[in-house]
Design a protein around this ligand. Structure first.
Ligand code: ZN
Length: 303
């Protein structure tokens, strides 16, 4: 099998994880957790989302979070934004990178943004232009790239063409393919990502895999076979999706790192430090969804 020489892990817990927590997490706790994650060797942290405070009350403190964290050199602190207004806020808060998301599936796009996918992609293009003008990196996430909670797998027929337009028409150089509802299996992940990786060798593709049906890590393996080296993951497995009923969080960061250790695909993050961080996060929010947090890292288990 083919394993990457280097894997880039993007920690999305402070955004994708926290946004699904019903009880408000104090801003100081969020800042403390992001600072702790920065110490583990993780090189990218999606620290919050600049969305309307009524849409996601949990992340209404995005400005305070960005102002309060210690910026560790070598760590990219990214922000998710829904539109140009959010992008302006993220740029004012000095986010290192701006991530914008559009849905490949029409029903998911309408229910999420009240926009057709094409219109949402145009809007994402305007976000990218704004960021480029400010000299800030940007990526587009394609939600429901591997299946939609409303339309099933029919939506995946659009994924490759949608990615092509994001790249060729709107100039995105980084594309995240998201299994928003955790529907995908390894064969589909392999087929879609390998065709994109072959067609656009200079584009950075990232996989954002929800673990709803416990296929998250199998899909990571399929992605690596297809040549993907960048993965989102969520500390302690926190998360879900407010617009994908029943979805659970991303693959847990500590579970992903355990896998990477076992296959000899190095990441910058220290698995032990991440596990300690996951423990702390699970104490703050009162729950977790991670096999390694329950059982420990494989390497720490005796024969
Ligand atoms: Zn997600």
């Amino acid at each position: 099998m083919h394993w990457p020489q280097r894997v880039h892990v993007c920690e999305v817990g402070p955004r994708d994880g926290f946004q699904n927590e019903g009880t408000f997490i104090p801003t100081s706790s969020k800042i403390q957790i992001i600072n702790m994650l920065s110490e583990t060797g993780i090189t990218e942290i999606q620290a919050s989302s600049f969305t309307h405070p009524k849409a996601i009350p949990q992340l209404r403190d995005a400005e305070e979070v960005f102002a309060g964290i210690e910026r560790r050199p070598g760590v990219t602190y990214s922000a998710l934004v829904p539109n140009e207004r959010g992008a302006e806020r993220a740029l004012r808060a000095a986010a290192d990178k701006v991530d914008v998301v559009v849905s490949v599936s029409r029903s998911h796009s309408i229910s999420n943004t009240k926009m057709e996918p094409e219109a949402a992609l145009e809007a994402a293009g305007r976000v990218a232009a704004l960021c480029r003008a400010a000299g800030v990196r940007t990526s587009v996430g394609l939600a429901t790239a591997f299946g939609c909670p409303f339309e099933g797998f029919a939506a995946t027929a659009n994924t490759v063409e949608f990615a092509r337009r994001a790249i060729e028409t709107h100039g995105f150089e980084e594309v995240a393919l998201a299994d928003t509802a955790g529907l995908a299996g390894p064969a589909m992940v392999y087929d879609i990502t390998s065709s994109l990786v072959e067609r656009f060798p200079r584009v950075r593709f990232r996989l954002h895999l929800h673990d709803t049906r416990r296929l998250g890590l199998a899909n990571v393996v399929a992605g690596m076979q297809a040549g993907v080296t960048e993965f989102d993951s969520s500390i302690a497995g926190l998360g879900g999706c407010p617009y994908a009923p029943g979805a659970t969080g991303n693959v847990a960061t500590e579970d992903l790192l355990n896998l990477l250790l076992l296959v000899g695909a190095p990441a910058s993050a220290d698995a032990g430090a991440v596990l300690a961080c996951a423990r702390k996060v699970s104490e703050v929010v009162g729950h977790f969804d991670s096999a390694v947090l329950r059982a420990g890292l494989s390497a720490s288990t005796g024969p």
